[in-house]
Design a protein around this ligand. Sequence first.
Ligand code: CR1
Length: 836
Amino acid sequence: DGKEIWPRGDEKTWKAGMRGIPNTVSDITNAIVYHVQSTLARQAYNLDNLGAYQAVALSVRDDLIVKWNETQMQYTRKQPKRAYYLSLEFLMGRTLDNALLNLGLKQQYKAATHKLGFNLEDLIDAERDAALGNGGLGRLAACYLDSGATMELPLWGYGLRYHYGLFAQHIAPDGSQLEAPDPWLDTDNPWEIPRQDVTYDVRFYGHAERIGNGKAVWTGGQEVLAVAYDVPIPGYSTNTVNNLRLWDAKPKRGFDLNSFNAGDYDRAIQENSSAETLTRVLYPNDNHMLGKELRLKQQAFWCAASLSDIIRRFKQVEKPWSEFPEYVSIQLNDTHPTIAIPELMRMLVDEEDVPWGDAWAITTKTFFYTNHTVLPEALEKWPVPLMEHVLPRHLQIIYDINMAFLQAVERKWPNDRERLARMSLIQEGEPKYVRMAFLATIGSAKVNGVAELHSHLVRETILRDFVDFFGKSKFANVTNGVTPRRWLDQCNPGLSNLITDAIQKPKAVWLKDLTLLKALEPFAEDSVFLKKWALIKHNNKKHLADYIKTHLGITVNPQSLFDIQIKRIHEYKRQSLNLLGVIHRYLTLKAMTSTERKKVNPRVVIFGGKAAPGYFMAKLLIRLIVNTARTINADADMKDILTVVFVPDYSVSLAEILIPASDISQHISTAGTEASGTSNMKFCLNGGLLLGTVDGANIEIAEEVDSNNVFFFGHLTDAVEDLRHQHKYHPIPVEERSPALAAVLKEIEEGRFGDPTIYQPFVDTIRLSDYYLVTDDFDSYVEANKMVDDAYVKDPEEWTKKTILTVSRMGKFSSDRAIMTYAEEFWNIEQFAIKF
Ligand code: CR1
């Protein structure tokens, strides 16, 4: 507003020096040359693609920062209510291409780099992925940030600045997975802004002394400094550039001077390294909890720093604490940030003198909890002795919360001791455990699952008692979504351009309202359009074939049906079923005459995904996939009819090549185990069809696109419990259950794909326990695959129609829809346009 007084110096001079967003190609070439010369101290003579990428990235960073500064300033001035997304994982992938797209500067930068003698696509490829996440949960967080900025929401992310991202995967000569560290910060990261001015102290260990009224004093132990690094998050075709704040850990005093003076240099350095270890590495487990002390410290460190930051910002508005939830909503991305609940209580009660009851009322209006899994091994439980050691004050608070909560349960259901034991935040036993999902549930205003079926299972199984206690309205569903900017326009420009021409809406319009894809439907009957559409898919397949040829030396024919399964390797995701199906196909083909074989539809089956380094069965499966692929690809009879590829080191950037090239993709988890899945949405959005079980978001995709256009198979969720019971107590040999599968297992056991003793543990899980019901679903899986073959070969035009109809009906699965649901129904925040 006009009354603003310029804070210092000569306003005109300041303003004349300020950078704007470049308009012309020469603005951009000048900026790039400046960074080559001044920032990188290099010249045209010795500039390679990596150097040129860095200069271009620095120039784009400058553009981002102009809007970032403006956005943050307008938020500070107007103080709209904000939401904060707390996630231990943000699987961002590459930034340059996305930043150019969102800023609307791609054409200008293409021209500018061309003038300087570079090809922009090569420079985009020189960037390494920011792999600060494991899988779907981390990538979802990245999509939500993109959508938050695009929808002009005041939404910040908070996470950790891991020095090592998710490990790189190599394949050893024997076919097994090898892990290599990912020191992604070794090359300068232009996408972060270090904020040495934004720091907080965080305490661990020590001693907590109660002083009455629910308060305590926590002293001693270790103090670590949290330092902020800000990552600008540009919205697509808007002025908003939001912030992702990542915390790094530093020793609080640098050197421990006492030990240093005493000449104990080793000890002084040790103190140092122990603080820095905190943010060293991302834990590489997906859907699996590992009870490591360092992980607990990571969680506590990140929650404490983020809340200190949020509270400091709240204090600027000078409002009473009771109004905190009118300025702040915090979304907990799974239970990883649950410690934020007792931490907010601690700050309010111990440090700000807010009475316990008031503090609890504030807390339970501020937090929202998203559950991402019902798998028992993934539900976080921390041993009480560990928590008492690392976070003594938080444990006291958890006990106090638990006591009040159980008293309320007791009032509602007197004398129901079993119920009290079931619902307690503390699981009895030796040792006792803190149940984080329960703490997140009682500390939050709303709890949601990530697809309809999953939200239903959350309400009916793990949180059933809590639904009875709190009532249904606290438990909601928000089906996941994906950003169509990265997952359509950026990774599949050919298709995106064709869509734009067809529906005659500017990209800047339909990429922000994906339901407009509906206008594509009539084109499914337009034969000229069908040809153009099919050609784009073919070109994407050629592009992937080139990648496979250059990186793996395997030739694949783009005329084949491309069948892709890419996701973390996990027993519940059943890459096993896919592989056993491949072997079955191989045996079937081998049994044919060569004339018969000439008639079959060629298939390329592509696998990709990492196994957690400690997950024996998943790693064994990778080894079997790789060696089966070798056997099949070396068999001359299979030439041009069956090729199997394991693509190593699956990543966001690889997904951007793989997804646009698929005809069919597999999402074949045991019913009830895959909470949602998000790559299923990406494949469909790129004109691939689904082969899947009736699980997660597959169900809602089929509802939208029509179940005619999805290949479903397998038992339903309802049947799973009984089948598992049968396997355990009334086992039937595989030979009877599925003779086809038995024949496949026999080949493995006879050594067709390498030393069978190596693979025996894998075969045994299927023969002896089969917890994931591979034997039960095998025959219907094979049947569904036949339907896929038939549909693809018999009527290619019909297939193409299905893919067009599928794309046209994917509007629901934009992360813009999902983030707006959170904004409106949970956080109560409003769109806030940034004016320039
Ligand atoms: C689920 O397994 C879902 C993502 C994002 C995963 C997957 O089905 O799409 O979350 N869960 O919601 C998870 O990582 C810890 O739980």
